[in-house]
Design a protein around this ligand. Structure first.
Ligand code: ZN
Length: 329
């Protein structure tokens, strides 16, 4: 067995591992490098392997720093299946075309600037067509059920509590009579988060490959609902508008959940409109509601057994560019 670290080493993005076990070659994640230009340039380098030689991929979750290079992988000859949980498969359907769209418009902008200087045009990292091709190779896997990839390789996806659909991978590799258990943490959530279940406790492993983004710091635990409503009230009392920059997947839904709880507790003024100004965040919210069965117990009480959206009339969705512009004025 051989394990190579091809990303998220000395940096926190671009997660990618190559696991070779006798006859099998599997990737764990194939993420985009994000951040400083020096880091982003890794995205344009050749893969350290031939994508056509890879049998398949195991994807921990739908964040772009874990799945963002799958369209490039497919364009360069990867024919295998990408295994991920159902919610992850649903989320990549919006994340990858969105990422491709960003790649295309970034390249267009740079070419417009470059043309004036007489530079050669650059190609986007990948386009929307590549993303659509890649999506055909995804296959959903249920949590906690054995996925047998070969006689010598089996995998379990365990809830990582990081974003909806996120998974810790428990991989068993058999070599002769010996079985080795590898655990890839993926990104890990904290316990007691809204909507999400707590990260699964894994019992025993021969090797643990863990994320360590916040490994050197203690997260503060505090009453986030109260902190949020204090900011809302302070801003409204001064006659202001509160603008919350928020990740489209995960954070937006957490905020909506907090606002809903504050509304139920009578702590939120019902005359304050809450506007979601992002088609990506709105689509991600729809994916969350479709996969409500993955929510934790407290949230299931709110959404009932059928995942029905609770009545929350002060939330408005801003889905078109025209609506977004109107909001600015
Ligand atoms: Zn993540």
């Amino acid at each position: 067995m051989r394990l190579e670290f091809l990303g998220a080493a000395h940096t926190v993005t671009g997660s990618c591992y190559l696991l070779e076990t006798g006859e099998n070659r599997y990737l764990i994640d194939c993420g985009m490098f994000q951040g400083a230009k020096r880091i982003r340039e890794y995205n344009y380098e050749e893969f350290a392997f031939n994508p056509a030689d890879i049998d398949g991929m195991l994807l921990t979750h739908a964040h772009v720093d874990h799945c963002g290079l799958v369209p490039k992988l497919v364009r360069e000859g990867f024919k295998g299946t990408v295994y991920a949980t159902q919610a992850t498969c649903d989320l990549v359907r919006i994340m990858l075309p969105d990422s491709a769209h960003i790649q295309e418009s970034d390249a267009e902008l740079m070419n417009r600037k470059g043309r004036r200087r007489g530079d050669e045009p650059i190609q986007p990292l990948y386009g929307v067509d590549d993303a659509m091709d890649a999506l055909k190779q995804f296959a959903p896997v249920p949590y906690d059920q054995e996925l047998r990839l070969s006689d010598n390789l089996r995998v379990f996806f365990r809830d990582a509590g990081h974003i909806l659909g996120s998974a810790i991978l428990e991989i068993y590799v058999k070599e002769g009579d010996k079985e080795t258990k590898l655990v890839f943490s993926g990104d890990l959530g904290q316990p007691d988060q809204p909507l999400l279940r707590d990260p699964t406790i894994i019992h025993g492993a021969d090797f643990v490959i863990t994320e360590s983004t916040y490994g050197d710091r203690l997260h503060q635990l505090y009453d986030k609902e109260t902190a949020l409503i204090e900011i809302v009230n302070e801003t409204m009392d001064r006659g202001g508008n509160l603008i919350i920059p928020s990740f489209a997947v995960g954070r937006t839904q957490t905020l909506l959940y907090y606002f809903y709880r504050l509304h139920c507790e009578g702590r939120l003024d019902p005359d304050i409109p809450i506007i979601i100004d992002s088609p990506l965040a709105i689509n991600a919210t729809r994916v969350f509601l479709k996969n409500f069965r993955d929510f934790d117990e407290d949230s299931l009480k709110v959404f009932g057994k059928d995942g029905k959206v609770p009545d929350f009339a002060q939330v408005h969705l801003c889905e078109t560019a025209a609506e977004s512009r109107a909001l600015n004025t």
